[in-house]
Design a protein around this ligand. Structure first.
Ligand code: PXP
Length: 245
């Protein structure tokens, strides 16, 4: 099974917004990523609009020839925006205003009623819904109950366990990821993964056979500063394909 790469362009907008200019343009970045082999573009419209803006989402929805995956909180405001633009996919993420990035997965088990309404409304509009969850069997079971067609497994903990003293915990976290992927796939749910992945740590996650898509942002935009975005995307693809064998 092929492994798709979704390129998250949020941090192109972070650089733009740091100066209040209209460059660098995340839509231009998305087009470069697409040309370099990205299978999709991911963008997170946060409640505080700290990077991607409503206008960016409108332009991405209008201008992209590859699928757009809108990351969104489970709120009525975001649901209305998603229904207006009908992206190919929407990934429901937890959101806290004070966090630096999406720190954990959504509590699919604890928020059944609110999520059920949003998953159903997006699904009815033809938007493929994924839930960004921790690699935890209880969350997979909740995703099954919600009828979510896709889950995205949070790889942040795996990515943070990167020191020599972390080898045991890292192996355990990888096992949690592969067990969660197997459980989801067994229940007919498509498996994605992302957060904190880099060209250096992507291989073991890319090698999990049930994983169909990786969504990667921060490290790609960081690499792009040195080698250009096209080259950064190509290097990530090469690392993913090599791991897949
Ligand atoms: N997947 C989800 C659901 C996310 O929220 C993020 C961060 O916006 C990513 C993937 C990408 O994470 P990173 O920027 O660390 O590659």
């Amino acid at each position: 099974m092929t492994l798709r790469l979704g390129v998250n362009i949020d941090h192109v907008a972070t650089v733009r917004n740091a100066r209040g200019t209209n460059y660098p343009d995340p839509v231009a970045a998305a087009l470069i990523a697409a040309q370099a082999g990205a299978d999709g573009i991911t963008a997170h419209l946060r409640e505080d609009r700290r990077h991607i803006t409503d206008a960016d989402i409108a332009r991405l929805a209008a201008e992209l020839a590859i699928p757009l995956n809108l990351e969104m909180a489970a709120t009525d405001e975001m649901l209305a925006i998603a229904l207006r633009h009908r992206p190919h996919a929407a990934c429901i993420v937890p959101e806290k205003r004070e966090e630096r990035t999406t720190e954990g997965g959504i509590d699919a088990a604890g928020q059944h009623d609110r999520l059920a309404r949003i998953v159903a409304a997006l699904g009815a509009a033809g938007v493929r819904v994924s839930l960004f969850i921790e690699p935890d069997p209880r969350q997979i079971e909740a995703a099954v109950r919600l009828g979510a067609p896709v889950v995205e497994l949070h790889t942040g903990r795996y990515a943070e366990l990167n020191g020599p003293e972390d080898a045991g915990a890292r192996a355990a976290e990888l096992r949690r990821l592969s067990d969660a992927a197997a459980l989801a796939a067994k229940n007919g749910i498509e498996v994605h993964a992302g957060h904190g992945l880099t060209v250096g740590n992507v291989a073991p996650v890319a090698a999990i056979p049930q994983v169909r898509e990786l969504n990667i942002g921060h490290a790609l935009i960081a690499d792009a500063l040195f080698v250009g975005l096209g080259e950064a995307v190509r290097a990530m693809r090469t690392a993913m394909d090599a791991a897949r064998g």
